[in-house]
Design a protein around this ligand. Structure first.
Ligand code: SF4
Length: 476
């Protein structure tokens, strides 16, 4: 394990063995990454409280007397929220040892230390959180933080103490009705090394399987708690195709009416096309896939491992099998001009995917966090400003200022569309107007009705690096 910080001072033994785990945000899903360490800690006799800031306020009584507060930083938005929350956590638990874990913790370790976080973990962190809690309880020197990629013995996540599933993102069916959704993970990490991906600085091409009996028991408990749909949070569900097949077949045998969704990269959808009908037959409602761009030069720079033609092929394969696609994008990059942005929008019209793309996806700007493989691109690196702690990344500007202005307009429009629950066709049309106007052209007329088939989706959109909203920053 690579050390991120070593505590040399020997602390006094903690008066209690109380641990508080905090989740700033995880796309409205009930977090596996709190439930799994909670299981490890409770098995060892610790009293564990969980606080999900996306659903709960910071309650002083939950934090009072905590010996350890562990903050889970699984995504950029969560980290931005945590930066606001950490001073409040410190004030409410002045004697607690603050730790951070999750993908975004190691890459932001320097900043987190300035905010009072003493120990930072990454990767398979449960043994380290447990060792830290035990050291604090026993008055021993806390272990150093670091990134662990060893295989660990997963326990069934312990979700007691988290808000009920009904309070989390729901599955929204095409007719507008909703179903309770659960959330689990069949693997962590990823065997690929896409340049812009936050998984890579931590897992560096490795992934870890969660044993099928553990996943199934976790799902069993969530079904008992009311879940009719399960969202799998694996960075890529087909990293281990044999595991994936066994998992969904086992799931479907026990829960034939349960539906689920997964995330699979375009390259895997094309290369493991034989698995797509298996997804359909076992209850998969939709597949999220990080398409990112329809420009092969941009895809090459991101080292995505697929082409624009592969994207079209994956759309056709999923459609033929009757599985919906939820594509995600990074439309604003230093290598995408206004023409390229309009090309993306028109491609969504041609492929009849407008109903499959929430407006936030059309506003995402390439993020360059600390440790990103994008920093290996020397010509790009020269264009970056110094690391910006407010942004949690290296800022860049497009050589055409109209692109940066458009990105801001689209971001504002997407937030407004979300707040007003504007339909996807209307939001898309408004964004397209903005893009054509920026180009100094008139947008050709769009077909009037839905462009594509409205598909089931979760009520909180998937993304990895959007700006947190004011509500998210102030809700706790
Ligand atoms: S973008 Fe997806 S496929 Fe690429 S490294 Fe990240 S998780 Fe893996």
């Amino acid at each position: 394990m690579s050390a991120l910080r070593h505590q040399s001072a020997r602390p006094p033994a903690a008066a209690t063995a109380r641990v508080v785990l905090v989740n700033p945000y995880e796309l409205g899903r009930q977090p596996f990454a709190l439930a799994e360490p909670a299981a490890w800690l409770r098995r060892a006799g610790f009293e564990v409280a969980c606080i999900d800031l996306s659903r709960q306020r910071l309650e002083p009584e939950k934090l009072a007397g905590a010996a350890l507060v562990g903050v889970y930083l699984g995504m950029h938005t969560a980290t931005r929220i945590a930066v606001e929350a950490l001073p409040k956590l410190r004030a409410l638990a002045p004697h607690a040892h603050l730790a951070a874990y999750g993908l975004y913790a190691p890459m932001n370790a320097t900043l987190l230390h300035t905010l009072g976080v003493a120990t930072v973990f990454g990767g398979e962190s449960e043994p380290d959180l447990l060792a830290l809690a035990e050291a604090l309880r026993d008055g021993r020197v806390p272990p150093a933080g670091g990134v662990r990629l060893d295989k660990i013995d997963f326990l069934v996540p312990d979700r007691s103490g988290l808000p009920p599933l009904e309070r989390y993102a729901a599955l929204v069916l095409p007719d507008g009705s909703t179903q309770v959704a659960g959330f689990t993970e069949g693997s962590r990490g990823c065997k690929h090394r896409c340049r812009h991906c936050p998984v890579v600085p931590v897992y560096d091409g490795r992934f870890r399987i969660v044993p099928i009996p553990v996943v199934i028991e976790d799902i069993r408990r969530q079904v008992a708690a009311g879940a009719a749909h399960i969202s799998f949070g694996d960075p890529d569900f087909f990293n281990g195709p044999t595991h994936a097949r066994r998992l969904v077949e086992t799931l479907h045998r026990e829960f034939p009416t349960l539906t689920y969704d997964v995330t699979v990269k375009i390259e895997h959808l094309v290369h493991h096309a034989e698995l797509i009908p298996v997804l359909r037959e076992t209850g998969c409602r939709f597949v999220t896939s990080a398409v990112e761009s329809v420009d092969d030069r941009v895809l090459e720079r991101l080292a995505k491992g697929h082409t624009a033609a592969d994207f079209a092929r994956a759309v056709a394969l999923l459609r033929a099998a009757g599985v919906a696609l939820a594509p995600t994008f990074v439309p604003f990059t230093p290598w995408t001009g206004l023409e390229g942005y309009v090309e993306l929008l028109e491609r969504l019209v041609e492929l009849e995917l407008v109903e499959s793309v929430p407006p936030v996806q059309l506003s995402i700007r390439l993020l360059v966090p600390e440790g990103s493989r994008l920093l290996d691109l020397q010509d790009f690196r020269k264009r970056l400003g110094p690391f910006d702690p407010a942004l949690l990344g290296y800022p860049w500007r497009h050589e055409d200022p109209r692109v940066d202005a458009l990105q801001q307009q689209v971001q504002d429009l997407a937030a407004d569309a979300e707040a007003r629950a504007l339909g996807r066709h209307a939001a898309f049309a408004a964004i397209r107007e903005l893009a054509y106007t920026a180009l100094g052209r008139t947008a050709p007329a769009l077909p009037p009705g839905p462009i594509g088939t409205p598909a089931a989706h979760l009520s909180e959109a998937w993304y990895c690096c959007a700006e947190p909203t004011r509500e998210q920053l102030q809700s706790f």
